[in-house]
Design a protein around this ligand. Sequence first.
Ligand SMILES: C[S@@+](CC[C@H](N)C(=O)[O-])C[C@H]1O[C@@H](n2cnc3c(N)ncnc32)[C@H](O)[C@@H]1O
Length: 267
Amino acid sequence: MAFQCPTGFDVTRLRQNVLATYDRVAREPEGDFHFHRGPFYAAQYLGYDPVELDALPLRSTMRFAGVGNPLAIGPIPPGSRVLDHACGAGTDLLLAARRVGPTGLAIGVDMTPAMRACAEASAEQAGLADEVEIRAGFYEDLPVEDASIDVVISNGVVNLAPDKTRVLAEIARVLKPGGRLYLADVVVQRELTLEARSNPDLWAACIGGALPERDLFGLAFEVGLHDACVTHRFDSFRDTSAEAKLSGDLRVQAVNFHARKPGAVAG
Ligand SMILES: C[S@@+](CC[C@H](N)C(=O)[O-])C[C@H]1O[C@@H](n2cnc3c(N)ncnc32)[C@H](O)[C@@H]1O
């Protein structure tokens, strides 16, 4: 059965909470949060190349709030069109833009204006303005044409969505036949308590809405994505207050997850 929020769950309040949380990450990246941020975390916990990160504007990397490393899942060929469907301040987006080069395009969509402003300024500063396009929007209703994207990247965001089927269906819609999803997200190995599932603060910290791992496979299949597999695992909440509060009991971790839209890759 598809993932469902608890009865009476206040979806409007959740969105306000998520927006407020990531607006604060954009304005005070070194503030106190339940989750890690920044380039040191990305390199030490998630295996990002520190040299590649150093070459990007700090404005972007210090606001990195992903949970895994989607670009480690597979290649992004030069000339391809990539979508980061909640790009935040743009770290993965800029790394993708470097890979697609001048003949490709890296599109970033995000709902938080302050995050988009950081991503846009960073693209300019990194000399990537021609390869990057930032769009305002929601990943439940992507401002992106059908079958126009070679690779969708996603880092730490599907867990924030109350309607995960809709988010995955949007990804499937925008992918070209043969296009790939490189997704990193938080998963749980056992179902969360109703109390945890009903807590909007825990949702905004990327845990309350985490899918049981097997449901991620089910969802991908449901929206028509094939070749699903987990490629890496990350202990993204190690040493955070979230880990201390929830104990290891919930077995919260993040995974890199690959899936593909059936069909031939256009030549
Ligand atoms: C955990 S951060 C991850 C950002 C980025 N992927 C990264 O790795 O740094 C979550 C991002 O998702 C965005 N977001 C949350 N809900 C969204 C939605 N419904 N539509 C678009 N963006 C959303 C937030 O604004 C925030 O920038």
